[in-house]
Design a protein around this ligand. Structure first.
Ligand code: PEP
Length: 292
């Protein structure tokens, strides 16, 4: 892996993505409420050792694989230290919409940036199910962007919504109402105000071991590509029971720019194999492009 992105700001990285130049894969681990110092250190050290010793993550750089991990707040600072110069990005799992003040128990976007984060997951279904609304998520997203964090906006339908044939309508509504700017740009402008990543995470596939089918993922990602077209190339991730055994076929789909991984990101070898799968997909693409 290259370390060219290690300390890149959201603006630097986003400019490349939004300019349509990002042809790589983003592999993000969401640790959720897991990790005590001892286990977390071993996990990070195993990932760093893989990165140092394994040359299989090629191609690299902007058209390559970017790995990121999102530990709980308590581990952000130690994880940053344990990562050292390793080229993984650090992300958080939420932030508060306000800058600072009397918000007991909360963490601001500025604090996350201060802790060395590049990314922030927002609107995860586990938070939406706990009562977070799309308009609250939009405010958090604006705060993340103000502090040069790349937001990973999560959207997804429940099983009941899918069975009722409402999937695309639900996703369109969640997407539009969770953004702090109009999807189509305002005043006829199609320029996105800032870099964002969108993760499609069907609620029924999260933590269940039951991933969406390739047809379902392809349909939704094609739809989201159209929905976000006015914003430039918005990286689209899939999340929901991704593991080493299904990662390659998911990331081989045309509109899938990477994966958001929960449970499998807690195992260094499994997470690494997902990154290797991303690399294999990219290598296959460059071989077929060269042959064409
Ligand atoms: C997640 O929580 O974002 C997720 C995708 O979880 P899992 O991979 O465990 O389904």
């Amino acid at each position: 892996m290259t370390n060219s992105f290690t300390n890149a700001s959201a603006k630097d990285v986003g400019t490349a993505w939004l300019g349509g130049e990002f042809a790589g894969k983003l592999v993000v681990g969401n640790w959720k409420m897991n990790g005590l110092a001892t286990d977390a250190k071993a996990l990070v050290q195993a990932l760093v050792a893989q990165g140092a010793g394994d040359k299989s993550l090629a191609p690299q750089g902007q058209a390559g694989v970017q790995l990121a991990i999102c530990p709980p707040f308590t581990l952000l600072n130690p994880v940053r230290q344990w990562l050292g110069a390793a080229p993984l990005w650090l992300g958080a799992q939420d932030c508060h919409a306000e800058e600072k003040g009397a918000f007991t128990g909360n963490i601001s976007a500025a604090m996350l940036r201060d802790a060395g984060c590049q990314l922030c997951i927002l609107g995860h279904s586990e938070r939406r199910q706990a009562g977070e609304s799309s308009s609250q998520i939009a405010e958090k997203l604006a705060a993340a962007l103000r502090h040069q964090l790349i937001p990973i906006l999560c959207i997804g339908e429940t099983l009941a919504e899918r069975q009722a044939g409402q999937t695309l309508a639900v996703l369109a509504e969640q997407l539009a109402s969770s953004l702090p700017f109009p999807l189509a740009g305002s005043g006829g402008s199609s320029a996105t105000p800032a870099p964002i990543v969108v993760a499609y995470e069907p609620v029924w596939a999260i933590g269940t071991g039951l991933s969406a089918t390739l047809d379902q993922i392809a349909e939704v990602h094609q739809f989201l590509r159209q929905q976000t077209a006015a914003l430039g190339h918005v990286p689209l991730l899939y999340g929901g029971s991704v593991k080493a055994s299904n990662a390659a076929e998911i990331m081989a789909l045309g509109d899938v720019d990477g994966v958001l991984v929960g449970g499998a990101s807690l195992n260094a070898e499994e997470f690494w194999q997902i990154a290797v799968a991303a690399s294999t997909v990219l290598a296959g693409r460059s071989v077929s492009t060269a042959a064409a």
